[in-house]
Design a binder for this molecule. Structure first.
Ligand code: MTE
Ligand code: CO
Length: 424
């Protein structure tokens, strides 16, 4: 059992994968340390107890406590050339349950946040339809609507980790994912209103932002579970998430979830737009690219402890917590390893288990204070497992940055600090 078994690879060039050679044991302990007698927080009246607090007019739109000010989306400055075509990351290490609060959903824009008055917004349906149509927001709200909880993951999530562990925190390694409840109209109903021609086999949603995002989606998916959504977690979409209208493409890569949705064209073949040819395709070792990798495969990550959420309480009872999701359906099982993948325990799934949504898992352990190499491995209801990073590299090489669902390792040290590492 030695630190030499672990490699920290700060730069892409310095990857070295070493052997994980120990098993972390578990011994009994106590969670509640005895508090010092005479604690003034118990024996003395505090200001918040003595004085009246703010009244109901102080906060017309509620915001988190000032003591939660560190729980924010963060970006990585060197990652993109401009802030308009950029990304920030969900602070997964600070969240629990399965729903991402609206203000913490990661943002990915290719042309900045469009600023649209809903009264000026239109959705056009054209192409291979009987009657081309244009809807106002009010028109759309007269269709029957549905509420569904789905995760959205950018195909580039974990992309910086393909060649070795690099970023210190699950916010950065896995934070291009969020999970909210959408309210919207099934795309099927809108397409049926226009009347699909029999040769209509593909749809192309288009965004109203400066990037005019466009992607090709097969008609089977469009008629299956896609939504044209105007609410997230009960309130209007946030501008960052496509206000006033976005497409929801459950389980498929985030790039297809066109924001500020203004047009859907129906065609008889895919359009091969920029974002499905030069971008969002996976370049393999032989120089060929995988075409149309739509589904997001099963993935999981331990959110606590993790580099941004070290263990501060010392040894004894503790909760290992994380999230798992799969574009194929429900998560059936999550295994957690404390020793770099040698031994696995089945974690406890908690909260709603919804298809193509985030799942929360816990493993409650007694930490004996020794090093751990924490890993989690998700399995979905169709039996798909998360691969190790080396299995992924063997299958797809190292040219790609998209669709990295490899198993993440966190090295927890005796002092409770946590580092992003790889084991083999
Ligand atoms: N839609 C438009 N119109 N413009 C965009 O830049 N970015 C796409 C997708 N839809 C984008 C878009 C990408 S790459 C992703 S991952 C998701 O939106 C991100 O959604 P979010 O910002 O709600 O997290
Ligand atoms: Co994306």
């Amino acid at each position: 059992m030695t630190d030499k078994t672990i490699s920290k690879t700060p730069g892409l060039s310095r990857r070295s994968l070493l052997k994980a050679g120990f098993a972390a044991g578990a011994v009994a302990g106590t969670a509640g340390a005895a508090r010092a007698a005479g604690d003034p927080l118990i024996t003395e009246i505090q200001d918040w107890n003595r004085y009246l607090g703010d009244g109901v007019q102080a906060r017309p739109y509620g915001v988190p406590s000032e003591f939660e000010a560190h729980v924010v989306r963060r970006d990585v400055e060197w990652l993109t050339a401009s802030t308009e075509s950029s990304v920030n990351f969900t602070p997964l290490h600070e969240l629990d349950g399965i729903i991402t609060p609206n203000g913490l959903c990661f943002e990915r824009h290719h042309g900045g946040i469009a600023d649209i008055n809903p009264a000026d917004h239109r959705l056009m349906i054209n192409g291979l339809v009987d009657t081309p149509l244009v809807f106002t927001m009010e028109d759309l709200k007269r269709f029957p609507r549905e509420n569904r909880v789905y995760f959205l993951e950018c195909a580039a999530n974990s992309g910086m980790e393909w060649r070795g562990s690099q970023l210190n925190g699950c916010q950065y390694t896995h934070g291009m994912v969020h999970c909210v409840m959408y309210t919207g109209v099934p795309l099927k109903l809108i397409l049926e209103e226009a009347g699909l021609k029999t040769n209509g086999k593909w749809v192309m949603p288009e965004g109203a932002d400066a990037s005019a995002m466009t992607r090709s989606i097969p008609i089977e998916k469009a008629l299956d579970d896609c939504l044209v959504a105007f609410k997230m977690n009960g309130e209007a979409l946030r501008p960052e998430q496509g206000y006033p209208l976005r497409l929801v493409v459950p389980g498929w890569e985030g790039n297809m979830w066109v924001k500020w949705l203004r047009r859907i064209e129906v065609g008889d073949e895919p359009w091969h737009q920029r974002e499905e040819t030069s971008k969002y395709t996976d370049l393999l070792e032989n120089g060929k690219a995988r075409r149309f990798t739509w589904v997001m495969d099963p993935k999981s990550v331990i959110t606590s402890p993790s580099p941004q959420a070290p263990i501060s309480h010392g040894k004894g009872p503790m909760v290992i917590s994380g999230v798992a999701w799969s574009g194929n359906g429900r998560i059936k099982r999550v295994d957690v390893s404390l020793d770099g993948g040698r031994n696995w325990k089945t974690a406890r799934l908690d909260g709603p288990s919804l298809s193509k949504a985030m799942h929360r898992f816990y493993l409650d352990i007694d930490w004996d204070g020794s090093d751990m190499l924490l890993q989690s491995r998700a399995m979905d209801e169709h039996g798909f497992f998360q691969p190790t990073k080396n299995e992924l590299r063997a299958a797809r090489g190292e040219n790609s940055i998209y669709h990295n669902n490899g198993i993440q390792t966190w090295h927890v040290k005796a002092d409770g600090m946590v580092e992003n590492v790889e084991v083999s």
